[in-house]
Design a protein around this ligand. Structure first.
Ligand code: NAD
Length: 485
């Protein structure tokens, strides 16, 4: 783990292995932190908070710009570590490290440049000022699918605003986050401002919830875990940002650019082996274009090359862990048992060199029942169900028939249709003629059980502040405060 600017063991000396999902080989081991390790990191973070929150915004900004520069200078090594521990192709890993640096730069550019206002009371006797204060120590709890960029979505705005962090990475992807934290301290963050404690969610994560000195929890992960985070945060009324699961619909209208939409569907579903919160998880095609679209998409999916993320030419790496692969297999089998037709994939690849990794073929299914698991639940892997709809109203109704509301997309050349769909789909983001891409300047988050709060954009910064109002009564304008008797 990395605490107060130093590499540290767990105080018990216990550790656990990190394994490469592409080969099954052990890569490294990291300390198995327990509650005492977390308490000590939180205390260090609290001490650092005093100094960092009083550091002028311009210096916090410079430190974040410097951090981005150092991370970019180490991009190749970081990307390689990320591919080895997570499984994604090296090109995607490079993009993810770049996205972390980009988040730092975006918030470094914002901080110290905000403007406030002094507003008169409506009754005229004075004015008020709204100021922003950092919250304190933040516990950032991360998933394994984008370990680095999602750390950036939290620590970049949070540090810019003057908060300090104890980060708990997913147990299977701690290595790149640890390296990035070390580089951030090299860039000039005070020791203790960014700590990374490795260990199980049920211990390290739970202590972050139980510890009264942690003022906010920023969580990304499954909806079921998010529920537990809410319960655990209730005792001390912690501030919360929850980025949870999704089952994103992609709607392709009859006037869409079919070739573009086919590419978008393939990239949107199979990137990161389908393990993105905003992966395209349900595809809705207008009836009149369904056959053409399905043929073209089938041909495209067949060209996706599965392999080790470090091997040049690989489009899709392994699934990250065995339970996840089994879950995808269960969903595909369930759809098949309800008469779905597998157009591509539907099984583990047969190539000899892939047998030790957690691979699964990119899979495309049609005639999927609306009651199938993959229509109802989040399918977090490379399997895409196709549904055929008569019109936009049916597509929107089906798209909204889920507990989730994270991302969505609509593909059409008609601006009125696009805007109508964007208004009606219950999701935090609707992309128009684009697969899901997060951008530093655009707020991101969920409706319904996909969570609440927003990351990225100006809103992302605001979630790392307490809002303080100062009300000033102008001299001579005050009333006499007599009881109304
Ligand atoms: P997960 O919920 O299993 O784990 C997330 C983190 O929570 C891990 O660090 C884990 O150790 C920790 N944790 C587990 N139990 C805990 C507890 N009791 N107390 C505190 N912490 C605990 O999620 P995952 O499998 O790592 O990630 C995949 C999920 O994340 C998917 O559902 C995906 O859609 C979602 N996700 C959402 C977004 C978003 O922005 N909305 C982004 C990426 C991933």
């Amino acid at each position: 783990m990395f605490v107060a600017g130093n590499w540290a063991e767990s105080h018990t000396g216990a550790s656990f292995d990190v394994v490469n999902p592409a080969t099954g080989e052990r890569i490294d081991s990291v300390p198995k932190g327990d509650r005492e390790d977390v308490r000590s990191a939180v205390d260090d973070s609290r001490t650092a908070f005093k100094k960092w929150s009083e550091t002028p915004a311009i210096e916090r900004s410079r430190t974040l710009f410097k951090a981005a520069e150092i991370v970019r200078a180490n991009l190749e090594e970081l990307a390689r570590t990320l591919t080895i521990e997570q499984g994604k192709p090296i090109g995607e890993a490079r993009g993810e490290i770049g996205s972390f640096a980009n988040s730092c730069e975006y918030y470094a550019g914002l901080i110290g440049r905000e403007r406030g206002a002094q507003t008169p009371f409506s009754t005229g006797e004075g004015f008020f000022i709204v100021t922003k204060r950092p919250i304190g120590v933040v516990g950032a709890i991360l998933p394994w699918n984008f370990p680095v960029s999602l750390m950036g979505w939290k620590v970049a705005p949070g540090l810019a605003a003057g908060n300090t962090f104890v980060v708990k990475p997913a147990s299977s992807t701690p290595l790149t986050d640890l390296k990035v934290a070390e580089l951030m301290v090299k860039a000039g963050l005070p020791p203790g401002a960014l700590n990374v404690v490795t260990g199980p969610g049920a211990v390290v994560g739970e202590e972050l919830l139980d510890n009264p000195k942690v003022s906010k929890i920023a969580f990304t992960g499954e909806t079921a875990t998010g529920r537990r985070i809410m319960e655990g945060s209730a005792k001390y009324i912690k501030r919360l940002t929850l980025e949870l699961g999704g089952s994103d619909p992609m709607i392709v209208c009859d006037d869409a650019d079919i070739d573009l939409a086919v590419e978008g569907a393939a990239w949107g579903r199979y990137r990161n082996a389908g393990q993105s919160c905003t992966s395209v998880k349900r595809l809705f095609l207008f009836k009149s274009i369904a056959d053409t679209f399905t043929k073209k998409l089938t041909a495209t999916v067949k060209t996706i090359h599965v392999g080790n993320g470090l091997t040049p030419g690989t489009h899709m790496g392994p699934i990250h862990n065995q339970p996840q692969r089994e879950k995808v297999e269960e969903m595909v089998e369930d759809a098949k048992s309800r008469d779905a037709k597998v157009l591509v994939g539907g099984e583990r690849p047969k190539a000899k060199e892939l047998q030790k990794g957690l691979y699964y073929e990119p899979t495309l299914l049609q005639h999927v029942d609306y009651d199938a698991m993959m229509a109802k639940e989040e399918c977090f892997g490379p399997a895409l169900p196709i549904f055929v709809v008569n019109d936009l109203e049916e597509a929107i109704e089906r798209a909204n028939d889920t507990i989730y509301g994270l991302g969505s997309s609509v593909w059409t050349k008609d601006i009125e249709r696009a805007y109508h769909a964007a208004e009606m789909i219950e999701a935090g983001t609707t992309w128009v003629n684009s697969p899901p891409i997060a951008r530093a300047e655009v707020p991101f988050g969920g409706f319904k059980q996909s969570g609440f709060g927003r990351e990225l954009g100006l809103e992302g910064l605001d979630h790392y502040y307490e809002t303080k109002s100062i009300q000033v009564l102008e001299y001579g304008k005050g009333k006499k405060w007599k009881f109304p008797i």
